[in-house]
Ligand binder design. Structure first.
Ligand SMILES: CC(C)(COP(=O)(O)OP(=O)(O)OC[C@H]1O[C@@H](n2cnc3c(N)ncnc32)[C@H](O)[C@@H]1OP(=O)(O)O)[C@@H](O)C(=O)NCCC(=O)NCCS
Length: 128
């Protein structure tokens, strides 16, 4: 029995998941305050938002993505918003880059998805 348990253990993979949802209205007080915005988003991310007329949707989506990633990684890990940079592949699919002390996460299989409507944004993250 003990041997069976040990054998089974090596096939177990711990997947981690995180999710977040937020009303776009609630992100506006951050989005319209440059100081607050820079505490959460990198320069590249802010450049990305400025490409859009409806930038609040994208800001809210990125915020949800970072929250979902933090939840999936572990909320007690002390990872913060600026340790995560949301980027896009050529086809528009988002991915995350991790800086400095969370560099090791760049080697992990971290996938997430963002969606936004006029009123809410949401994101979900899966780590395998
Ligand atoms: C990509 C697509 C699924 C987005 O769906 P949507 O209903 O328009 O918009 P949603 O609010 O649900 O999602 C928007 C988010 O989808 C994500 N996204 C964009 N392209 C993506 C892709 N290829 N794969 C996965 N996610 C994608 C982005 O994170 C985007 O938000 P962001 O720009 O703020 O980061 C849709 O536009 C589509 O099917 N497009 C066809 C492919 C296409 O035109 N690609 C354009 C780049 S060449």
């Amino acid at each position: 029995m003990k041997r069976q348990k040990k054998q089974w253990k090596k096939y177990l993979v711990r997947a981690m998941i995180g999710i977040d949802v937020l009303e776009i209205e609630r992100i506006k007080n951050i989005a319209d305050d440059e100081k607050k915005l820079k505490k959460i988003f990198t320069e590249n991310e802010i450049k990305y938002f400025n490409n859009f007329k409806n930038k609040y949707e994208h800001i809210c989506g990125f915020f949800c993505a970072k929250e979902a990633i933090i939840k999936a990684v572990d909320i007690e890990s002390e990872i913060s918003f600026l340790d995560i940079e949301i980027c896009h592949k050529n086809n528009g699919k988002p991915y995350a880059k991790f800086g400095t002390k969370f560099n090791y996460l760049n080697k992990k299989n971290i996938d997430f998805s963002i969606s936004h409507s006029k009123t809410i944004a949401t994101a979900i993250c899966l780590i395998i």
